[in-house]
Design a protein around this ligand. Structure first.
Ligand SMILES: *Cc1c(COP(=O)(O)O)cnc(C)c1O
Length: 459
């Protein structure tokens, strides 16, 4: 197009005011914020200008109005929106980690919708503590003396180090001075807490004697960090927690144990490597153990600190505890989740354990149903992963629905993401793969409707 042609096309792009006078947009503006509508209209006309400069024709008012309406519908709906996770990654950080149990959802809903006895003692009619119930529950399921719940495990670690070691030294193995993800680096957290890091051993081998040799009168604690998102193979050594506790005991130094995912169930029962349990950490003598609420506990985003009563009290009294306070909806969901463990119902009630414990046979049968809904493809063996910074490298045998068509896998995946609810699949070596393990059986109907709609008639 000539530059004159461009100018003419640019001039014929409708003005923001002209679009706002459109009847549909006018109706939308009447029922919502004019500022927000104007922004969307301006974005659409700016977009049209760029398109015209790239050679497109100028859109008319109706065309711009359509773009604005579609954008309004997409961005002004409740968020985050539900998606179906068919990736086969159980704890998918981008998809919100652990889905909650029905009981946890109900508890959070009740806590959210009305008033509650969050900090109120019904017996005395006086002020109560936000933490006493969770402390008791945590103690009952882990064997610790007491517990404290905060915003997430990152804040639990920061809070513990600030309360126990500010201005003093914390001994950490070089192999554990790691980055957990999302910029959460143990050395940085230590320096934020005001504690000084004393690294011992080497990246691959550290012994209990290395820790013992580093203890001075400035030492506040030994910190053990579970390497949750990587594993070191070959010529390696890390002392057992119990050995560190023995070293600590000799010098009256507490051992703090950041477990990361912190499972309460023995993962070997599901054919996986043994992830250290919270109960073991307590029996082995860690003074404080920290773990996540939304990893292998299968609850809401939270961080739990449990261990010796006196130390938990000290952590709870630190001023930072108020800054990382857990909210009532989370607390309700967390207590419902812990109750499932107390009643020994975790495996049947908590979604991530239902997924992890699902039988291969059942998964294969579902994959075959999905295949029928999709119209074509094949069911083949594959692996699911736990993910979310737990059990690195661990996979579970599964059956996958593999869809290969003329169009490329990216394209097919985009079609599934455009469904309602969106279905998130995985792509491997040009194939679109869907794993029933991470889709709850009660979501199968929606998923198959999406498959039928996206692929059923378009072989
Ligand atoms: C995941 C993880 C954390 C951070 O926990 P969040 O609940 O995500 O804040 C800290 N330490 C370890 C070892 C972890 O695996």
């Amino acid at each position: 197009m000539t530059s004159n042609g461009h100018n003419e096309q640019l001039r014929s792009i409708p003005s923001v005011d002209a679009v706002l006078r459109d009847t549909q947009i006018g109706a939308l503006a009447g029922a919502s914020s004019l500022t927000a509508i104007t922004r969307l209209v301006r974005e659409a006309t700016d977009g049209a200008r760029i398109a015209v400069l790239n050679g497109a024709e100028a859109p008319n008012v109706e065309q711009i109005a359509r773009v604005v309406m579609a954008r309004a519908e997409r961005t002004w709906s409740n968020w985050p929106g539900r998606v179906i996770n068919a990736t086969g990654v159980v704890l998918h950080t981008n998809l919100g980690r652990a889905p909650l149990s029905a009981n946890a959802v109900e508890a959070a809903g009740h806590a959210a919708a009305g008033y509650s006895d969050l900090e109120f003692d019904l017996e005395s009619g006086k002020r109560g503590s936000r933490n006493s119930r969770i402390s008791q529950l945590t103690a009952d399921v882990t064997g610790a003396e007491a517990g404290l719940a905060v915003n997430n495990n990152a804040s639990a670690v920061l809070l513990v180090l600030s309360s126990i070691a500010e201005g003093r030294e914390v001994i950490v193995s070089r192999g554990e001075a790691v980055e957990i993800g999302g910029g959460f680096r143990i050395p940085d957290v230590l320096s934020r807490s005001g504690a000084n890091l004393v690294e011992v051993g080497t990246t691959n081998r550290t012994y209990a004697s290395d820790y013992a040799a580093a203890i001075t009168d400035r030492t506040a604690a030994i910190l053990k960090v579970h390497p949750s998102n990587f594993f070191v193979q070959g010529f390696t050594h890390a002392p057992e927690l119990a050995e560190l506790v023995a070293v600590g005991r000799d010098h009256d130094i507490p051992v703090l144990n950041d477990l990361g995912s912190g499972t309460l169930l023995d993962t070997r029962r599901f054919g996986m490597e043994r992830e250290p349990t919270v109960q073991d950490s307590i029996t082995d003598g860690a003074a404080l153990t920290m773990f996540s609420g939304d990893k292998l506990l299968g609850g809401p985003q939270a961080g739990i600190v449990c261990g010796k009563q006196e130390l938990v009290d000290r952590v709870a009294r630190h001023p930072l505890a108020r800054a990382v306070r857990i909210d009532k909806m989370t607390l309700a969901a967390l207590s419902a989740t812990l109750l499932a463990y107390l009643r020994e119902n975790a495996e049947t009630e908590i979604p991530i354990w239902r997924m992890i414990s699902a039988s291969e046979k059942e998964i294969e049968a579902r994959a075959k149903c999905w295949l029928e809904a999709a119209g074509s493809g094949e069911v083949k063996p594959g692996r699911s992963t736990v993910g979310g910074g737990s059990l690195p490298g661990e996979t579970l045998p599964t059956s996958l629905l593999a869809i290969t068509r003329e169009r490329d896998a990216e394209n097919l995946a985009a079609n599934l993401r455009a469904e309602d609810p969106p279905v998130i699949a995985r792509i491997h070596e040009g194939e679109l793969l869907l794993d029933p393990r991470t889709v709850l059986p009660e979501e199968d109907e929606s998923l198959m409707a999406a498959l039928g709609h996206a692929f059923g008639n378009s072989v």
